[in-house]
Design a protein around this ligand. Structure first.
Ligand SMILES: [Zn+2]
Length: 301
C-alpha cells in the first residue's frame, strides 16, 4: 500500500519546518463575518472578533509565534485586543504560543480541566508529544479549567464546550451560533481528531488508558447530532480551510457554509480509525516514515 497523506493519521509537518518554521506560514483570511483564520499550514488558529475583544481558539507551536502575530495584525487587529485564548487539548501544536502571548497581552486562558491536570501531573507525556517545533513549548496553567457543557462568553460570543476525549483524555470540542445575513449559523470544531497515537503500541508509548480506542468512538457519537453549518478544524486539513478560502475568491456562495460536512467528517474519522486499528506493524511503520503534508496541499497553496 503506497502511503499517502492521511489527515487523521500521518498528519505531522514536514521535517524542514523544524529548522525553518516560516516555511509553513501563510497569509490569514476571513472565513465568514467575525471569524478569521490566523494559523499556518499545519496548526490552525481561529480568531473571533466578539465586539468586546478578540478570542483565539488554539494557537500554533511556539515556532509559529512570529507568523501568528503577523497574521493577527495583517487583518487589522491589535495583539493587545486578544482577551481570551481557548485551547482544545494539551498538545504543543495547539498551545505552544500561549505563554508568550499571555506575557504581552495578559489574555485569559481556557483549557479542559482533565487535560490541564494531566499536563501538570504528566509533563513527560507532554514532552514526548512535542515535535521539537519551538523552544518554549512549555506547559501552562489555564486561568479557567473547563468542564463538560461550560459556556465561554465574551461580547457577542457564547461558546459551548463539550468534552470529547480520545485524542487526549480531556479534549474539548467547541460550538457556537453566529448571525449571518439575518440567519443563524451553527459553528463547530472537533477538538482532537488525530488517531495516530491510539494504536495498541501508541497507547503504551504515550501512557494513555487502555479504553481510549473505545472512548474515541464514543466521542464521535456524542457530537453527531450537532447541526453544524460551518465546520472548522484545529488542523486546517481537517476541514480543507486553505482550499475553501481559495474557492471563496471565485465562488458566489461561501464554501465555508456546508451543512453536510460535519457528518462526512465524522464518518471519515470513524471509518479511518477502524481501518487504522487493523494496520500491521509494517503498515504502521510506513505510515509514520515521512511527512506527506505538502502532497496534500500540492503546488497551489
Ligand atoms: Zn493533538
Amino acid at each position: 500500500m503506497p502511503v499517502k497523506f492521511i489527515r487523521f493519521g500521518n498528519m505531522f509537518p514536514l521535517e524542514d519546518a523544524k529548522e525553518h518554521p516560516y516555511l509553513i506560514d501563510r497569509d490569514p483570511f476571513k472565513i465568514i463575518d467575525n471569524l478569521y483564520y490566523v494559523g499556518n499550514l499545519w496548526c490552525a488558529s481561529h480568531l473571533i472578533d466578539t465586539g468586546e475583544g478578540l478570542v483565539l481558539l488554539d494557537v500554533p507551536c511556539a515556532s509559529g509565534y512570529p507568523g501568528l502575530l503577523y497574521n493577527i495584525q495583517k487583518l487589522g487587529f491589535k495583539i493587545d485586543d486578544v482577551k481570551y485564548i481557548v485551547v482544545s487539548h494539551a498538545h504543543t501544536d495547539h498551545y505552544g504560543c500561549v505563554k508568550a502571548l499571555v506575557h504581552r497581552t495578559h489574555a485569559k486562558t481556557f483549557l479542559g480541566r482533565v487535560d490541564a491536570d494531566d499536563m501538570l501531573n504528566n509533563p513527560e507525556r507532554t514532552k514526548r508529544l512535542d515535535l521539537g517545533l519551538g523552544v518554549y513549548n512549555e506547559p501552562f496553567i489555564p486561568d479557567v479549567k473547563l468542564e463538560d457543557g461550560d459556556v465561554i462568553e465574551l461580547g457577542n460570543l457564547k461558546m459551548r464546550c463539550v468534552l470529547t476525549p480520545g485524542h487526549t483524555i480531556g479534549v474539548m470540542s467547541h460550538f457556537w451560533d453566529m448571525k449571518h445575513e439575518g440567519k443563524n449559523l451553527h459553528v463547530g470544531i472537533y477538538g482532537g481528531s488525530g488517531y495516530g497515537s491510539l494504536s495498541n503500541e501508541g497507547l503504551k508509548k504515550f501512557g494513555l488508558p487502555a479504553n481510549m480506542q473505545e472512548v474515541f468512538l464514543q466521542s464521535i457519537d456524542k457530537v453527531w447530532n450537532e447541526p453544524v453549518d460551518v465546520m472548522l478544524g484545529n488542523h486546517p486539513f481537517h476541514s480543507d480551510e486553505f482550499q475553501k478560502h481559495k474557492r471563496s475568491l471565485t465562488e458566489k456562495n461561501n464554501p465555508f457554509i456546508d451543512p453536510s460536512e460535519w457528518h462526512r467528517f465524522l464518518n471519515e474519522l470513524r471509518t479511518g480509525f477502524k481501518e487504522f486499528l487493523k494496520y500491521t506493524p509494517d503498515q504502521m511503520r510506513e505510515l509514520f516514515a515521512e511527512s506527506h503534508l505538502m502532497e496534500y496541499y500540492g503546488d497551489e497553496i
